[in-house]
Design a binder for this molecule. Structure first.
Ligand SMILES: [Zn+2]
Length: 77
């Protein structure tokens, strides 16, 4: 069985290895409108124009950024 390893660019790799990183790098573009959650927090989707990696940043209801997480299973064709 071959495991598919996603290829991400250096800028995304920096985010991936820095859990506390809350600043989107220059190749990240916001995708659509933020998703507002029931508790008042919201999630903003980003796509990297370099490597097409999808990220979501979580912001709590006080507006404090919670960093980025990969969206590994959502790949656009
Ligand atoms: Zn990237």
């Amino acid at each position: 069985m071959t495991e598919q390893t996603p290829v991400i660019c250096d800028a995304c790799a920096t985010i991936a290895t820095s859990p506390g990183n809350t600043v989107p790098h220059q190749h990240l573009q916001v995708e659509g409108e933020p998703t507002v959650n029931a508790d008042g927090s919201f999630d903003t989707n980003y796509r990297c124009v370099e490597c097409n990696t999808l990220w979501v940043s979580h912001t709590d209801k006080w507006g404090c950024p919670g960093g980025f997480q990969l969206l590994p299973n959502i790949k656009s064709p």
